[in-house]
Design a protein around this ligand. Structure first.
Ligand code: ZN
Length: 322
């Protein structure tokens, strides 16, 4: 069985063709051997991760030619215990609180209709409901989608964002939290999100900061013998955003008033003093990134949080007839 690839020659964000190699990633999919032999055949393949010389976005030099590669890789058969733990775990609550607070301030009190793309086990939808939002979700994995619907009572559709119908369900807010780094050609996804928003609705996007994460992993590899950066392996992370490229992606998708800043950290639930110190240091690095001028483009910024407004109907009309 051959593992074929299709080359990617232009930057997904800005169409530039000067792409500089920054990292080599490997495929290790032997765990899928019985479930999906064609997918498992990619094991042992290697790809170069390239950074755009103009906008700083990084992407693979090629994509697997296997149809539905990403859907097949994410067809993970999670256990019921694991899913329940993902719903109840608090490690992303700082991120979720920051997003709900920022969206509420931008929208005003009367607009509270929200769609969470990549709703996972439903914790964010649940927190949004508690904060007064009417929240819905899209989630590809059938098991997590069903669990999220059951726990929240919300509509959690097992759909790709491209298949969600645009009707009178125009949302005031759409959230993509830790989603866009997993999807090739992210501008297309953002354009789709824009089309599902009501005029003057807001999108909230949280992604890891690509350059800082790669640097952090590279240093870990130098300190810990035998460790190699795995962040891009199997193309689990396929879109690696710099602050500038995230802004550009949102603007290209038609968003205005775009704001990009450091994103809140995940806070692992490790017990004891070690856990307390780990959480405290992550919060401290995040506050430093927020407070220090110019820190957005330094390794202090490990995550990016962005917001963009869909222009009012009049402005969209004007852009179309122009
Ligand atoms: Zn670019």
């Amino acid at each position: 069985m051959t593992a074929a690839f299709d080359p990617v020659r232009t930057c997904w964000i800005c169409d530039n063709t000067t792409l500089v190699p920054v990292h080599e990633l490997i495929f290790e999919l032997s765990a899928y051997g019985t479930q999906d032999a064609e997918l498992a055949a990619y094991t042992g393949s290697r790809l170069t991760l390239c950074r755009c010389a103009r906008c700083g976005f990084a992407q693979p030099a090629a994509l697997p030619a296997l149809p539905r590669y990403f859907d097949r890789m994410y067809d993970q058969r999670w256990s019921d215990d694991w899913i329940r733990n993902e719903f109840e775990a608090e490690y992303k609550d700082d991120i979720f609180a920051e997003i709900l607070g920022s969206l509420a301030r931008r929208l005003g009190p009367a607009r509270r209709r929200l769609l969470d793309v990549g709703a996972h086990a439903g914790r964010f939808v649940s927190l949004a409901q508690r904060a007064g939002w009417t929240a819905e979700g899209l989630e590809l994995n059938p098991k997590t989608a069903a669990y999220a619907a059951r726990r929240t009572g919300a509509s959690i559709r097992q759909l790709n964002v491209h298949d969600a119908a645009v009707g009178d369900e125009a949302y005031d807010a759409i959230t993509l939290t830790d989603v866009l780094e997993h999807i090739p050609d992210p501008v297309r996804v953002l354009m789709r999100a824009a089309s599902l928003l009501a005029p003057d609705g807001w999108v909230a996007v949280k992604v890891p900061c690509g350059p800082s994460q790669l640097l952090k992993e590279t240093w870990r590899g130098r300190i810990l013998r035998g460790y190699r950066p795995t962040v891009a392996d199997n193309l689990v992370h396929v879109s690696h955003f710099s602050p500038a490229s995230l802004r550009r992606a949102l603007e290209r998708a038609g968003f205005v008033d775009v704001a990009v800043g450091p994103g809140a950290p995940e806070l692992p639930a490790a017990p004891g003093l070690r856990g307390t110190l780990s959480r405290a240091s992550r919060r401290a690095v995040h506050y430093a990134a927020r407070l220090l001028p110019g820190a957005l483009d330094t390794p202090l910024t490990l995550n990016l949080q962005a917001y963009g407004r869909r222009p009012s109907a009049a402005r969209i009309q004007a852009a179309r007839t122009a």
